[in-house]
Each structure stands twice: as structure tokens, then as C-alpha cells.
Design a protein around this ligand. Sequence first.
Ligand SMILES: [Zn+2]
Length: 690
Amino acid sequence: NAQFRVAAEHLRSLGKFEEASTMFARSADHEENVMGALQCLLELCKIYVLNGIIMDTTSLTELRRLLDKTTEVTKFESQSLKGSRQWNMMKEEIRLYSAYVNRDLDAIQQCIRFFNECKGHAAECRAILLWLKIRTNADNQAEYWREKLKYLLRLSKLAHPFMESTRNGDNTEEKEACKDFENVFCVREMEDHQNKRQIPLQNSLINNMGENNVIDITGDWNVYNERIVRQTIIQLFSSYMYEFIWEAGEKCKSIPDITSYICYWWPCEDRTCQRHHMEPTRENLHRRLSLACLHYTVIQQLDVLELTRKRRLKEEQKQDAYHLQKFWTENLVKYHVRYQLPKASFPELMYDHINRFSDVRGRISEHARKQWLGDDLQAQYFANLLKCMFVSLQLQDEKIINKFCDEISKSWYPVKNGSTEESANTKGLPIGFEYNKKGDKVVPIAVRLSKFINHLKSGKMITAIIYAKRFIAYALRFTDEVNLLADQALGDLVSLMEFTTSLAFFTHPERYDFYLPRSYLYDYYTEFSENFFSGNLRLSSQDDERNIESHRNLIWDFFWQARHLICILVDHKPIDLDQQIALIIVRRLIRVLVLICLNEPSYEAQLVEFLKRCEDKPHLFQNYLNKTDMESLAKTLDDELKETDFDCLVRIELEGFSEILLDIAKMPVYKTDKSFHQQDRIFNDRIECL
Ligand SMILES: [Zn+2]
């Protein structure tokens, strides 16, 4: 017995696994020998599947033959072997390889879960690689990709310590992770030689190692320096991951959950409609967002795994990787971050989500500063400027907005001699520029936006509001020229209108309460924006003597602007603008109009008259038509907001407002008007989800 074992161990040490296994099996009455026999067979299986994964050079027939042999060994399973962790891991490995030869994705998935739970990282890694290896025609389905992306991310995480260029030698956990990763490639550390690695001859990895790098041969093993082995594995794995991430970039372009707007219509009757169709519930939205974030995180692994570093990829691959990452950052912002949902508005869901993925947030922020405020920065490109401002507020990242103000303040040029007499207007100047007050500089119109921000920060609310209003006025006059018909740009302009209009309500010289949709608080009055604007969002004006008359005029200007933009959209129907986006914008603007009249009733007649003129467009104005008094208009607004199960009209009492902002969950001073059937239920929901 002992002789057989000695012989078997010797054969194993030479790398002659199959012979060793047979030898072990000859004395199968000893548990260690049964274990040894199975280990040797699995060692070979591992090499075969690895060759399949990396080189595509495995024969399934050979693998099947080895798997058949394993059943002869497992026959000898004893009671105590059944209780052994190592034995059970090996049996699960057999299951994995059988699932692989049978192309059974579900069974492989179960194995992945098993290895994950018992922390068999090398086996988990191998199982994931096998899952990824099997092609399926479900690869146009969102749910298939959700799985696949999850696995790619997990793989990246398992590989990360090994791939990292600055490895910290002392960390045992990291060392363990690196060892596991070498194990995936069937590489083993040589006994008593930390810097040497043994690789069995059957392993295709040695084809990539270069003959000159062999430093020794023992039995069926080649011996190499650790450094060379590491480099080879990194190279191989890099191009392997690159292929997968590239594929995720290409194939997911046709997954509407990730790369298109949510359709306004549910159900949608247009058979040619390419948008994402889903019922806009919180849960569905959550799924959509998490898929998009997951996908984005996977794309970013190109950097995380340092694939984009020198020599890990070919030069043209590095270029492609750069464009791929850029494309998906823009995609995420366009379809997920900035998108105003048609019927649902869950701004807080977005905060939670994006901010939880700190990687995602950081990368968008970096892209914004480098790209939008770098290469893309042009004074007449308002779409881009507004995007910077609202993405900054939405991601709660002040770096973007600070850089925005910085850059804008730099982009002026002096007036040439003799042209100062024109300084009263913008005549002769390119779009997006005006003369400054003194008339000695030409400055971008966007300065009005940065002044809005800076005055708000210093507490000069009315001055700030007036700058924003003047920016909006210019934008409305040159909608097309300043690129506001692109993508979400008009939506961002409407956000600015909502924000400033609501700010204007604060400046009423006598009244200290007013109505807002609850979603505004989440969009514009978050704790972050409070801090960013130095807590001045809720201060009533200190920079100006106010009387009711001038307040009314200010509010009227906003009424006029909102109405004007509706007219532009309804009467001129800009052809470049997506029709669903236009529809959503019109509906947001109607809300602004009703809100203005609710807080400033003197314009009620104008609103009623305006709506009368729009009677021939019921699809745009829906329930607001045929309403002739403020109470029923306000009721309509409130009902419409409540369709989302999140939003509603709330009354703000100015004195308690600070407390609301500090602790939005408690909402004690958030008095709501009973006449709008306000229910506290919604607030309770919020408390629960906190
Ligand atoms: Zn549709």
C-alpha cells in the first residue's frame, strides 16, 4: 500500500497526473489515496479547460474521457469523505466540468454560487470563465447581460490584486488572491523557491512563455521565473478581458434598457418605436438604473485593471478603449442621469443610485471637467453649459460647477479700439457673447449663469434670480443658435426655469408661504445645494428693497418665459427636437404656469385665457383644458403629480423651511393644504426607505 502511494506521489511530482491517479487508485481502501487519485484527474481537467478558455485548443472528447474516469474514483466515496470540505469542492468541480461539456449555463451558475459561498476563489474564477465561454442566442436580452456583466465585474474583482502594478508585498490577503489567480492558470509555486513557478507541459500557457525563458525542467514541468509568468498571464488576461468588455460595449448598444429613453407611452402603440418600454414604477426604474450602472462599471474596468496602461494592450486597442469609455459616459448621462422621466419623477432614486457607485460618480465628474469644460467648452453651446450645471447639482459634485465658473470667467476678450460705441447691445458680436457693463470687454452670455451662481452663494438672491432670468431670455431668443434643441438641453433649460421660478417665490416681500411640487425639493433644494449655495437658498432677499409691485413684475417675467417656450414648441415645432422630449417639456412648463398662478393669483386670468387658446391641442394640455378657476387647476396639477406615487403639491412655510432641509425625513413643519387632499402617507414612505 505504502509503496503504491510513494510511487503515486513521485509520479505526481513529475507532473504525470494520469499515471499517478491510476497508481493511487490501486489502493483505494485508503481515503488519502482516493483523494489523491481524484486530485490528479482534476489537475488534468483544469489544464484541459484552461487550454479551452485561453487558447481554444481543447478537445471535449478528452475532457469527457477524464470525467468518466473520475466517476470510477468517486465510487470509493466513504462516509467521512462525504463530510470533507476538500472532497465536496472536488465533486463540485466535476459537476462544473460536466456542465461545461453539456453547455448547461444554469448548472454552471449553480457551481459559481457554490464556490462563491465556500470562498473557493480559484474555482469560482474558473467557473465564471467557463460560463462566459458558452455562447448563447440570448445575448440580445437585458437579463442575460445583467448576469454576464455581474460575472465580468466579479472576474475583474478577483483578478484585480494580481493585475495591480503596485503590489504591496506584505498583505497576506492579497498574496492569497494572487496565488488563487495563478492557480486558475494551473501555475504553481516551486517548493522552497518563492520566485520560481512550475507549469505542466500540457498547459498551453507555455506556448506564450518563450522557450528561452525556461530555466529548468523537472519531469513534465517547465520552470520559469515568477516575473515572466506574471507578465505572460497579465498579457493574456488583459486581451481576454478586453475582448469581453469590447463586446459588452458593442452588443449592449442594442439593449434599450441601457441605450434609449423610456417611452412616454405605456403601453405604446407604435410598433416601430425603439424606446425602452416599461411601466414606470419605482422597482422597474431601479432595475433599469442598476443595469446601466453595472454596465458602465464593467466598461470602466478597462482602467481599473490598468488595461489601458502601457504595453498591456496594443496601441489601437488603447485608442478604442478610450473612445469606448467616453461613449458610455455620455450615454449614461444622456439616458439615465439627465433624463426627465415622462410620468415618473424619482430624483432621489437617482441620487442614491449614482452616488452609491462612487466610481461612477467620480468618472462622470472627471469626464465633465476634462471634456465638457475642456474640449467641448464653447460660449455659444448652452446645451453643454446647462448640462454641467445640472449634472453637478445632481451628482452633488461641486468640482464641476466650480470649474464651470472658473472657465467662464476666463473666456472674455478686450474690445478693439473704436468699437465701444456699440457697447449697449450685442450687435456685431458672435452668438453667445455680449459687451460688459463698462463696454471694454466682450464676455460670454454664460457669465450671467455664473453670476447667478455666485450671487446665490453670497446671499443676493434677487440679483441672482435676475441674472438667471436674463440668461433664460437670451436662450429663448436664440434657441437654435445656442444649440438648445440637442438632446436634453431644453429639459435643462426648463430645470433652470423651475429652479429660479421657485426661488422667486421666496422673495415675496410679505408672504411667507407658497406651494411647490415635492420633487422640486429633491431636485433643487437638497442638502448639497444648500451647502453649495452657502445656505442661502431659503433666505429672502437682503440685497434690494422689495415691494409687491416689483415682485409681481419679476414673477410675471417667469410666467411670460414659460408661456413663450410653450409657444415655441407648439407653434413652431422645431423639427430637430424629439417629439416625446418636446411633449415632456410642454407638460413641465404647464406645471410651472399653474404653480406661478397658485402662488401669485393675480395672473389667473392670463393663464385661463392662454389655456383657452390651446383647446385644439388636447394631447398636450390634457386635463388642464376647460378649467376656469385656480382651485380646479391646482387640483389638476396635484392629481397629475400624484400619478407618480412620489410627487405631490406641498405648501412650504418659510420659517420652518430650514428644518426641512436639514432633516428632510421628519417633515414636521411641512404643512400641506387639506384642500388638495394631501396625504401624509407619502412622507411616511420616505421615512421607511431611509
Ligand atoms: Zn414607444
